[in-house]
Structure formats: structure tokens, C-alpha cells
Design a protein around this ligand. Structure first.
Ligand code: 13P
Length: 250
């Protein structure tokens, strides 16, 4: 049985005061909920400070990205060696990184391996854009993203996958539960092809894209879902806490 995972991706939002306040509110609201894994992914710069308050709670920290080398002349990058002191999770291959920063599956594969080597659980994002969906290319795209970004991993790799259709991110147009279920079921099938059925069945698959406290239950009730990756609604402590509460009782 996979424990439900609710992950907040703050993206490039909050100032230091807001980051602190949001985190303390979340600890107050949802620290007592043990049946759900709760992860917040703030901007890098707030991670050490938030770690101080989060380490005595049962919330976890994740990073929104990282580089794959341990150290060296890589101006502006953050390494898994640096992150592992603070973070249990790292989001890799988010569509914003793929489209705005030209990250490809080969790079995401290197980052995935580096995260695993450093005991950080990668949350690898996949998803189609609107024209790929309309041309019937969704499964093709997702299969390729998974095959290439999960290349040459151990059979029992400890990873999570997030299905984030690009057209649903930050648009208020969430995928229908039917689309989400169909695609996540397909993702599990591909994980079985890449690894084996044991690993496929124990890998958390998350849905992300315009999830709010209003629609979270529709997703969390789906057969192949194990949690949500939340953008906008994770910046509101009440909404994020509500989603965690829904995940705990569904
Ligand atoms: P929204 O929840 O704002 O649509 O963002 C989803 C997302 O990109 C999470 O990584």
C-alpha cells in the first residue's frame, strides 16, 4: 500500500517572511496528520532556514530542481551533495524546466541517477502539451519521456512520477479525472515495462495541474493515483492543508 504523497511546488514565489509564515501555518494545521506524506518545495534560498523549523515536524522538504554533479565549476547550480542535508525529495523535469530552460530527457536521466545516489527521492515530471493531446500523441510522448529519463536505473529504484499535462498547469483547466486515470494507468504499465511489476506497483504516481482544495477529492479517489503535485494552491496554507486533510480521509 503506497502512502499518499501531497507535494507543494512553490515555484519562484514568496519572500522570506511569507515562506516562513506559510511553513509555520502548515506545521500548525497538518503536522498531526500521519497517514499522508507532506512535502513542500520552496525556492532554494529558503531551504536551510525552513529546515530549521521543519526538522522537528513531520513535513518534508523537497527541491524544485538540482544539478547532477557533486561539486565543481558549475556557476549558479546546486548539487545533490548540498541538498541532501536538507531535502528528502527533488522535483526533476518539470515542464517549466523543460520548456523555459530546455532540459531534455538525457539531462533529467543524469539528475535522476544523481538524486538516487544521494538518497534523495526524485519526482520525475512527464506530460503532453495541448497540440500533442489533440493529435493523439499523449501516450507516445509520455512513453518516450519515461523510457529516456529512467534509463539504466536499478530494478527497484525509489522514485516517484508526476503526470502534469502542460495544458493543465496554472490554467485552471485541470485534466478530467478520466484523462488523469487513463494516463496514470498507462504510466504504471510503462513502469512495469521499464522495471518490473513490483516496482511499478510501489512507485507513487501523482497528478498535477490546477489541483485545488475543491477538486482534489476527484483525483485522490482514482485507482492509479498516489497523490498530487500542487502549484498555485500550495501557496495558500488553508488550501494546501485542506488537500492534505482530504487525502487523509478519502
Ligand atoms: P498548478 O497547481 O498551479 O496548476 O501547478 C501545477 C504544477 O506545475 C506543480 O508542479
Amino acid at each position: 500500500m503506497i502512502k499518499t504523497l501531497i507535494v507543494g511546488n512553490w515555484k519562484m514565489n514568496t519572500d522570506s517572511f511569507e515562506a516562513y509564515k506559510l511553513t509555520s501555518n502548515l506545521i500548525d494545521n497538518i503536522n498531526h496528520i500521519n497517514s499522508v506524506i507532506k512535502v513542500i518545495c520552496p525556492p532554494y534560498i529558503y531551504i536551510p532556514k525552513l529546515h530549521e523549523i521543519i526538522s522537528s515536524s513531520n513535513l518534508y522538504l523537497g527541491s524544485q530542481n538540482m544539478f547532477y554533479k557533486d561539486a565543481g565549476a558549475y556557476t549558479g547550480e546546486i548539487s545533490p551533495q548540498m541538498l541532501k542535508e536538507y531535502c528528502e525529495y527533488v522535483i526533476l523535469g518539470h515542464s517549466e524546466r523543460r520548456t523555459l530552460f530546455e532540459e531534455n530527457d538525457e539531462l533529467i536521466n543524469k539528475k535522476t541517477k544523481a538524486a538516487i545516489e544521494n538518497n534523495i527521492i526524485p519526482i520525475i515530471c512527464v506530460g503532453e502539451n495541448i497540440s500533442e493531446r489533440e493529435s493523439g500523441l499523449t501516450k507516445n510522448k509520455i512513453r518516450n519521456q519515461l523510457l529516456n529519463s529512467l534509463k539504466n536505473l536499478e530494478e527497484n529504484a525509489n522514485i516517484s512520477i508526476a503526470y502534469e499535462p502542460i495544458w493543465a498547469i496554472g490554467t485552471g483547466v485541470a485534466a478530467t479525472p478520466e484523462i488523469a486515470q487513463e494516463t496514470m494507468k498507462y504510466i504504471r504499465l510503462i513502469l512495469q515495462e521499464i522495471f518490473n511489476s513490483d516496482t511499478a506497483n510501489k512507485t507513487p504516481i501523482l497528478y498535477g495541474g490546477s489541483v485545488t482544495d475543491q477538486n482534489a477529492l476527484e483525483y485522490l479517489n482514482l485507482t492509479d493515483i498516489n497523490g498530487c503535485l500542487i502549484g498555485g494552491a500550495s501557496l495558500d496554507s488553508k488550501k494546501f492543508s485542506k488537500i492534505v486533510e482530504i487525502a487523509a480521509i478519502k
